[in-house]
Design a protein around this ligand. Structure first.
Ligand code: C5P
Length: 216
């Protein structure tokens, strides 16, 4: 039998990363933060002086990336990247390169290599639609733009970073629009995904709901 996969897709700052990591922990599964792969690829491109719209050069770079994940830490070319991939600029750069079909294709095999026994929880935009179409459970996790902006704002403040709520809301809406409008693997709930709206849910409640649907 195929190794189980729980695919959790949704817009930025919906809480899917936090929920996915906790579900993985609860089940003893591996965890894939696919957004981090796009973020670290954008970082590698910036370091290599590759323009974020140079599709051929980006696809080639993505095909030979030296990236590894270790307990939430990301390593690129042998050094830890730290908070450099957690900023809003990084998310925006990731979203730019993520609209390029050849770049996405070049990252497919790497993402699929995370599917290992006893199972995987993967979060992103196209986990259920493209990367793991045969996933055991597909969740589309969302929340209103206002709630997501507020969560992101709090997160940044807690990290001691400077933040502006209305700017964050505007950036989120811009990024969602770009991720939803692109022709390849757009942000979209696929027909066999079940919706989970977290506007009024705590993280713990969202985690429990995913586990309940998985075990149902
Ligand atoms: O999830 P996160 O905000 O870290 O993702 C950063 C960007 O990477 C997203 O805005 C999206 O454009 C892109 N992405 C994607 N497909 C994924 C994961 C992320 O296109 N599976």
């Amino acid at each position: 039998p195929a190794i189980p996969v729980i695919a959790i897709d949704g817009p930025s700052a919906s809480g899917k990363g936090t929920v996915a990591a906790l579900v993985a922990k609860e089940l003893g599964f591996h965890y894939l933060d696919s957004g981090a792969i796009y973020r670290v690829t954008a970082l590698a491109a910036q370091r290599a002086g590759i323009a974020l719209d140079d599709e051929n050069a980006l696809a080639e770079l993505a095909g030979k990336l030296d990236v590894s994940f270790d307990n939430g830490e990301i390593w690129l070319d042998g050094t830890q990247v730290g908070e450099a991939v957690r900023t809003e600029e990084s998310g925006n750069a990731a979203s730019k390169i993520a609209s390029l079909p050849r770049l996405r294709a070049a990252l497919l095999a790497f993402q699929r290599s995370f599917r290992k026994a006893p199972g995987l929880v993967a979060d992103g935009r196209d986990m259920g639609s493209v990367v793991f179409p045969d996933a055991t459970l597909k969740i589309f996790l969302t929340a209103s733009a206002e709630v997501r902006a507020e969560r992101r704002y709090k997160q940044l403040m807690e990290k001691g970073m400077r933040a502006n709520l209305s700017q964050i809301l505007q950036d989120l809406q811009q990024r969602d629009a770009r991720d939803s409008a692109r022709s390849v693997a757009p942000l979209q709930k696929c027909a066999d995904a079940s919706l989970l709206d977290t506007d009024t849910l705590t993280i713990a409640a969202a985690v429990n709901e995913v586990l309940r649907r998985y075990q149902a």
